[in-house]
Ligand binder design. Structure first.
Ligand code: ZN
Length: 151
């Protein structure tokens, strides 16, 4: 179904089958729920952010399609140990990658492994599956007490 390169496909299948950082986080001082009504993806992210604004721990739980699960798994790997300022940069880069023209190359220097999700922009209905976890972390950091929604 997806015409991603084989390597990309493998990474996504791997993270879907065995998601990293899956489960509740202890201790945890920020969390939020995310919901993508378009696909039915539901996520709950947990963060432990220290006094220096470093994300010391990040996990997620939930049920969703393979893209939303793989994206959340890759995101937790990418954000662990990063600062809030770093998160903002990654959020921007990821969002740009997922919504940019097909001809635009993702900023691999910033995104690293997260660039494997660049292929989703060929499938507009799946873009929100990939970006849901990022919006959810953003609302967790901002301590918004409403559910992050892609719609
Ligand atoms: Zn989905």
């Amino acid at each position: 179904m997806f015409s991603l390169g084989d390597l990309y496909k493998q990474v996504i299948i791997d993270h879907t089958k065995s998601p990293r950082n899956f489960g509740k986080l202890e201790p945890c001082n920020h969390d939020a729920e995310g919901y993508n009504p378009l696909c039915g993806d539901q996520l709950h992210v947990y963060l432990q952010i220290n006094d220096s604004d470093i994300i010391e721990g990040i996990t997620f739980e939930g049920q969703g399609c393979s893209i939303s699960t793989a994206s959340a798994s890759l995101m937790t790997e990418g954000l662990k140990g990063k600062s809030i300022a770093n998160f903002e940069i990654l959020f921007e880069a990821f969002h740009k990658m997922a919504t940019a023209d097909l001809s635009d190359q993702p900023n691999q220097d910033v995104l690293g492994k997260l660039a494997v999700l660049a292929g989703v922009k060929e499938f507009p209905s799946r873009i929100k599956c990939a970006t849901l976890c990022w919006h959810t972390v953003k609302s967790a950091i901002q301590d918004a007490d409403k559910t992050a929604r892609t719609e």
